[in-house]
Design a protein around this ligand. Structure first.
Ligand SMILES: *[C@@H]1O[C@H](CO)[C@@H](O)[C@H](O)[C@H]1NC(C)=O
Ligand SMILES: *[C@@H]1O[C@H](CO)[C@@H](O)[C@H](O)[C@H]1NC(C)=O
Ligand SMILES: *[C@@H]1O[C@H](CO)[C@@H](O)[C@H](O)[C@H]1NC(C)=O
Ligand SMILES: *[C@@H]1O[C@H](CO)[C@@H](O)[C@H](O)[C@H]1NC(C)=O
Ligand SMILES: *[C@@H]1O[C@H](CO)[C@@H](O)[C@H](O)[C@H]1NC(C)=O
Length: 228
């Protein structure tokens, strides 16, 4: 049947084929997105940051420039509740900010990029991170600088620092040979109180436990990016 059709007509058939292929691709993409939401139920994907401690958090000044010297550790716990498929987290990047503004995302401290993290079905993955180094603190004007230093000293005395977390990744799933993705979800982790355990001032004040930052992972159909 198909053979006969192809041999009989020329340019029109080619156009028809091309149109058919494009339509099929669109339908397949639609099915892929539908499957992803129906089977994976990405809304149930759980990410949290726990077990965080800071052993060094110093602010120094040199030539009108402030530097934050830091040494901290934390866990990122990923939970894939799905029974059928494993998940890939591409470009998985947890990041740390301090005294940041939600909108400006200034005062970036550190982050770590991992190309791919794979997680099996119904599985929990815990990744322990250590961020250590120094970073310039951008303080634009005197008032802002004073507020920043004030808050910093207050938190250091209290034995906690309020850390802002940001997690970014893209995700795809694999069902046999079918790859579904890539999705770019919106992730919001907020902030948590992280105990400062580095002060060698002898006295242990309170036995502090770090807060857990629970991230909200939001998927929309517009998160789907097949070209990524
Ligand atoms: C501060 O600036 C002076 C001159 O610009 C330079 O000689 C000095 O090394 C700088 N100090 C630091 C700690 O960067
Ligand atoms: C954090 O990660 C470490 C190392 O993987 C692990 O031993 C510890 O139990 C984790 N803590 C929590 C609260 O998951
Ligand atoms: C979780 O994944 C790891 C490696 O992908 C695997 O060894 C382990 O058996 C999995 N655990 C469960 C409960 O499926
Ligand atoms: C930073 O603070 C630690 C204590 O947390 C201290 O031992 C160290 O000397 C300080 N380093 C600098 C560069 O101020
Ligand atoms: C808190 O500290 C007290 C002693 O100062 C200790 O007995 C207790 O086990 C600690 N609690 C935790 C949760 O570490």
């Amino acid at each position: 049947m198909a053979k006969a059709g192809r041999s009989r007509c020329g340019c029109c058939c080619v156009m028809g084929w091309i149109f058919g292929i494009i339509a099929a691709i669109v339908v397949l993409l639609g099915i892929a997105v539908g499957l992803f939401f129906a089977i994976v139920n990405p809304q149930k994907m759980k990410i949290q940051i726990n077990d965080a401690t800071i052993t060094k958090f110093n602010l120094t000044e040199a030539n009108q420039t402030h530097w934050l010297h830091y040494d901290m550790e934390f866990n990122v716990t990923l939970r894939n509740p799905n029974r059928i498929m494993g998940l890939y987290y591409d470009h998985f990047t947890p990041g740390v900010y301090y005294q940041t503004d939600e909108n400006i995302m200034r005062n970036y401290v550190d982050s770590k990029f991992m190309n791919v993290v794979y997680q099996g079905k119904k599985n929990t993955t815990v990744i322990r991170y250590r961020f250590k180094g120094k970073r310039e603190v951008y303080l634009l004007e005197a008032g802002e600088r004073a507020r920043f230093i004030d808050q910093f000293e207050k938190e250091k005395r209290a034995g906690f620092f309020s850390i802002d977390w940001k997690v970014e990744f893209r995700t795809r799933v694999k069902l046999g040979a079918i790859r579904i993705g890539i999705f770019r979800p919106k992730v919001r982790c907020g902030s948590s109180l992280v105990p400062f355990v580095g002060g060698n001032n002898g006295q242990k004040r309170v036995n502090v436990t770090s807060d857990v930052a629970k991230c909200r992972v939001k998927f929309k159909a517009s998160s789907y990016d097949p070209l990524a």
